[in-house]
Unconditional design. Sequence first.
Length: 314
Amino acid sequence: MVTQADLFGLSWRPVFLINVPIGLAVLVLGRKFVTESTARQPERLDVTGMLLSASAVLLIVFPLTGGHTHHWPLWCFAMLAGGLLLLGVFLRHQRRRKNDAPLVVLSLFRGKAFSGGLLAQLLLGLLSGTFFTTWTLYLQRGLGLTPLQAAGAFVLIALGELAGAVIVMKTVGRLGRRVPQTGALIAVAAMVVYGVQVSTRQADLTLLATAVPLLLLGLGFGTIAAPIADMSLAGVPHEHAGSASGLFNTSTQLGIAFGAALTAVVFFAATGGSPDGAVNRAAFTGVLWWVGGAFAAMWALMFLLPRHADNRAD
């Protein structure tokens, strides 16, 4: 296991090196199989907007992800304030460039499907960042599983996600937003069942006993993540597709950052970094209710999505 090898004395951090050969393979295969495309009338790049938005996101995300580690010093709040200030400057800059290829087309937010879908995507990133970070610690500290055994639990969720994606392909065209909404309700139910198991079975809980709620949780993730972007972007004009997709990707990253900050509040504040199994189990039970609430909020936001996947005006 890479995480246990302690390569170069870097503890678990070399696990990210797994991405290096994958990235190189993508570059090689991309040059071979992906055809080049160029715009007939390329627009002028909004360099100022890029610098302002990147700086704002950095100033907001960094203290959210690292604040707990440094015990929330004053500079964390100063960075957050500076990030919000830069975000305001960026929005003002985008308004001035609204007819000159802005980085973010602000008129996109007038569409309820896009705005609702963007918020739902933000919540999806938030609950993913919160759940998977704390779940990993719970499996190993709360249940005493090895990293390899804990990976088996992730396989269960992955199988559920795969099933959810297959269901989406066959039903979302006919059922529209009811598919991801059903997925959100399934995820809420799975969270409740799993929470009861965690709080009652304590250290005796096994992966086999949790197979059903974990598969259902994966099913919920799969039926939400697969269609939400398509349904939210369905009504976006073709010329604004780049701006809209960029906003979706950014909302995911911001959601994960907010999830990391919430983790510090609802999990690490309760455990104090203790490896004690009982402490970690109790803290993780609290996390499940937060994540379940986020799924319920997503279900409500999905009423803003088109009623049918192919109905852009709905």
